[in-house]
Write a protein that binds this ligand. Structure first.
Ligand code: AHR
Length: 503
């Protein structure tokens, strides 16, 4: 057994309140996310609006707080007017991002209705690829204004009397990416985003805006992109975006699970860059992070490229349908812990995506909806990770992997929910060879007892779930000791652990 790991939990040592918006997700008009995903009239589970009730229930179970829409790459040539008005008159459009045919059967009004059904807010993105400031203003007026003006009146004519009241808006998507329609240099994007942000806040000063960060950490222009674009946008925006997907292309589990070291580094670099611009501008405002695309993504990459190349312009083909295995769930758990460790600066995060497309929920077109392995760590964090993130005063053994050094065996964090008088510890043992004894010292939480010890563990790192059943599902454990405010148990090698304490 590896060296014992310890976590000291003290209610006075706080990082910050966990912003509930870190439990966000993402629906893009891509693959089967919308059509045969959230929406499938005629399916036995469809409701009166054509939305699948089985999916609605699973999304509600996950407790998703806000959903980014409608893209992603899709937004960079999105003509929002095509997605409103009488459905039978809506234009069918070629989606250049994913080389599919978009029917616009589900548009802004339908999505807003669905978001209400799942109790989520919308994080709306504007097209700064092939469009610009005027179009962003038109969409904002359509969504948020109660004026007697052209676009607000159009919304009313389309059946929505009161504004949708969308609070948070992304200024484009991954605008540095060569794959993006309307890709821009940092200066081009910075100027356009700043002018758009300024105009949007002149129209509605209650909104919050997200400036586009680099498409991912390995972009050659990272972090120069952040520094240059924020020089322009800093005064007008509230967040900068980060996107990051990880994969295990080398089938090297130990190294795969070490990748949150890179995520830590990514967060620190973006935070430092924001703070550098803050200092340069002598600004009083601190910019926060919107980690609005994150997940594991690699299983489907090759087949997707073939599909898009060889069979373009289909309606809702199966794209980006990664079937996640057990080790993917563990990395998702580690990414959630990393997000919580940065609760002081990461204020929004979107698990990308939500249904069918690199998603925790999969639908069978002629069958049920089911939970992928990654569903569970997100569910636990979203359900129990509400409150204040406590500083992890942690010790753990360490190991090296093929590309990472000094990787902690156990990563852990506690969240204190004062209102519910609960403390929840999330812990991952990412040592692939050895179990680890784990001690939680709850010294400042007098009278607290163990409520539940739940784990996700499996002998086979490649185990997956399917419509036929869940090989990977949480189970309750009782083999722990709790004495004098100290909890102790063995964390199985490669496991996600949730320990709940309460009065
Ligand atoms: O989530 C899938 C895609 O990944 C998004 O459309 C894009 O923003 C990112 O590259």
């Amino acid at each position: 057994m590896a060296e014992k790991a310890k976590l000291l939990v003290d209610k006075e040592l706080q990082i910050a309140p966990v912003d509930k918006r870190v439990y966000g997700s993402f629906i893009e008009h891509l693959g089967r996310a919308v059509y045969t995903g959230i929406y499938q009239p005629g399916h036995p589970a469809a409701d009166e609006d054509g939305f699948r009730k089985d999916v609605i229930e699973l999304v509600k179970e996950l407790g998703v707080t806000n959903i980014r829409y409608p893209g992603g790459n899709y937004v960079s040539n999105f003509f929002w007017e095509d997605s409103v008005g009488p459905v039978e008159q809506r234009k069918k459009r070629l989606d250049m991002a994913w080389r599919t045919l978009e029917t616009n059967e589900v548009g802004l009004h339908e999505f807003a209705k669905w978001a209400k059904k799942v109790n989520s807010d919308i994080l709306m993105a504007v097209n700064l690829g092939t469009r610009g400031t005027a179009d962003a203003l038109n969409l904002l007026e359509y969504c948020n204004l109660d004026t007697n003006s052209y676009y607000a009146d159009m919304r009313r004519r389309n059946g929505q009397d009161k504004p949708f009241g969308i609070k948070t808006w992304c200024l484009g998507n991954e605008m540095d990416g060569p794959w993006q329609l309307g890709q821009k240099t940092a200066t081009e994007y910075g100027r356009l985003a700043a002018e758009t942000a300024k105009a949007m806040k002149m129209m509605d000063d209650t909104i919050e805006l997200v400036s586009c960060g680099s498409a991912h950490v390995a972009m050659p222009t990272f972090p120069e992109w952040e520094a240059t674009t924020l020089e322009h946008t800093y005064d007008y925006v509230d967040y900068v975006s980060l996107h990051q997907y990880y994969g295990n292309q080398d089938a090297d589990c130990a190294d795969f699970l070490a990748k949150t070291q890179d995520l830590e580094h990514f967060f620190h670099t973006v935070i430092s860059t924001c703070d550098y611009i803050k200092a340069k501008k002598r600004s009083k405002k601190t910019l926060n992070l919107s980690f609005d695309e994150w997940n594991v993504w690699f299983h489907s990459l090759d087949s997707d490229n073939t599909e898009m190349k060889e069979r373009p312009w289909q309606i809702a083909p199966a794209l980006l349908e990664d079937h996640y295995d057990f080790e993917d769930a563990i990395l998702v758990g580690l990414m959630l812990i990393t997000i919580l460790k940065h609760a002081d600066r990461v204020k929004m995060a979107c698990l990308a995506q939500l249904v069918n497309v690199i998603a925790p929920i999969i639908t069978e077109k002629d069958g049920p909806a089911w939970r992928q392995t990654i569903f569970y760590p997100f569910l636990h964090a979203s359900k129990y990770g509400r409150g204040v993130a406590l500083m992890p005063i942690a010790t753990s053994g360490k190991h090296d992997t093929s590309k990472h050094e000094d990787v902690t065996d156990v990563e852990s964090i506690a969240v204190y929910n004062e209102e519910k008088e609960e403390v929840t510890v999330f812990a991952v043992n990412r040592n692939v060879d050895e179990d680890v004894r784990f001690e939680v010292d709850l010294r400042s939480f007098e009278g607290y007892q163990v409520k539940e010890f739940t784990v996700l563990e499996h002998e086979d790192i490649y185990a997956t779930n399917s419509a036929l059943g869940e090989k990977v599902a949480p189970k309750a454990k009782t083999d722990y000791v709790f004495d004098d405010g100290k909890f102790e148990a063995t964390l199985k090698k490669i496991s996600w652990n949730v320990i709940r304490f309460g009065k």
